[in-house]
Design a protein around this ligand. Structure first.
Ligand code: AVJ
Length: 307
């Protein structure tokens, strides 16, 4: 199933102009390991800054959530950041981690259950862009969405709009939402975070080609594609591309694709926000910013939204 949908995504993406593929295909076991390595790089500030900001604001977020609240995390992964919030909010009744990987979800849920004995944990295997309804028996507590890690930056405007709007409908009246985003800053700092000196982000980007070679019988020559990270000021986003160094032909899933020198595959966009652009995006989806917390420099933000 993964193989078939990856094959379809690659063939469609390489047939489109400009060529592009969703960043969700980065995250096989090796891609997840490389991303983990990225979060520890000196240039990649978002994870560190958000963790520090979450630690500093968790007590205030706990007060805002109130007693008996139900925390619903979209794309919870290993539920690592969640612990910062759970440590500060022992009055939460229930935690609903939602993730597309059953393995990651099961492991994370078991770990949280063991560490927080009073908390009801209700894991849900789902794609947060295509969510089934929440369980009907979660109880009466106030629902609080949690979407940290500036994952929303990877979504297109339309996807982000749809996601935030559906989340508001699903979480219901009086819901809150804690949203983590990266902020616009000088392009040098931004580009360095996506083009580190050790080349880990380059390896993360090229891992897409490694995966295509392994899974789809593709014949990408890894040394013939360069990693490029650029700041697109008009779209307020960092873009990652794989750029063909030479004229070449690549076979993917039995189809041949011409790559003239300089042709790129757009592999990821990571949108950066201002308080104004964040306010506009959330308002269109029916959310109001109650509080906007900013970290030290390089700045990231946590927004507390109310339905
Ligand atoms: C996991 C989506 C937040 O966009 O900063 C890191 C992914 N890509 N380096 C980001 C990523 C290259 C990351 N997110």
């Amino acid at each position: 199933l993964t193989r078939d949908s990856f094959a379809t995504a690659m063939v469609e993406g390489l047939s489109a102009r400009p060529r592009q593929i969703s960043p969700k295909w980065f995250y096989d076991a090796e891609g997840s390991r490389l991303f983990d390595e990225i979060t520890r790089l000196p240039e990649y500030y978002p994870t560190r800054q958000e963790a520090a900001l979450l630690r500093a604001t968790a007590p205030r977020l706990a007060v805002a959530m109130g007693p008996g609240a139900i925390l619903i995390e979209f794309g919870s992964g290993a539920s690592e950041k969640t612990r910062i919030l759970l440590d500060a909010a022992p009055q939460l009744s229930t935690y609903v981690p939602i993730d597309i990987s059953p393995e990651a979800l099961g492991e994370a849920a078991a770990g949280i259950e063991a560490a927080y004995p009073g908390l009801v944990v209700r894991p849900m295997v789902a794609d947060f862009l295509n969510m089934p309804p929440l369980p009907a028996d979660l109880g009466p507590g106030r629902r609080v969405g949690f979407f940290p890690g500036s994952t929303i930056g990877n979504l297109s405007r339309q996807e982000a709009q749809t996601f935030l709007g559906r989340a508001r409908e699903q979480l219901g009246q009086g819901a809150l939402f804690i949203l983590g985003v990266d902020l616009v800053k000088d392009p040098q700092t931004l580009v360095a975070a996506y083009d580190d000196a050790a080349g880990v982000t380059a390896a993360f980007n090229r891992n897409l080609l490694v995966r295509a070679n392994a899974l789809l019988g593709a014949d990408f020559d890894l040394s013939a594609f360069a990693h490029r990270a650029l700041w697109n000021a008009d779209e307020s986003r960092i873009e990652m591309h794989l750029v063909s160094n030479v004229d070449q032909v690549v076979t993917v899933a039995g189809r041949r694709f011409d790559f003239p020198a300089g042709e790129t595959i757009h592999t990821e966009s990571s949108r950066k926000f201002t308080s104004a652009s964040l306010g506009a995006m959330t308002a269109l989806a029916g959310w109001r910013i109650v509080d906007l917390f900013e970290s030290d420099e390089p700045k990231v933000a946590l927004a507390l939204l109310e339905a």
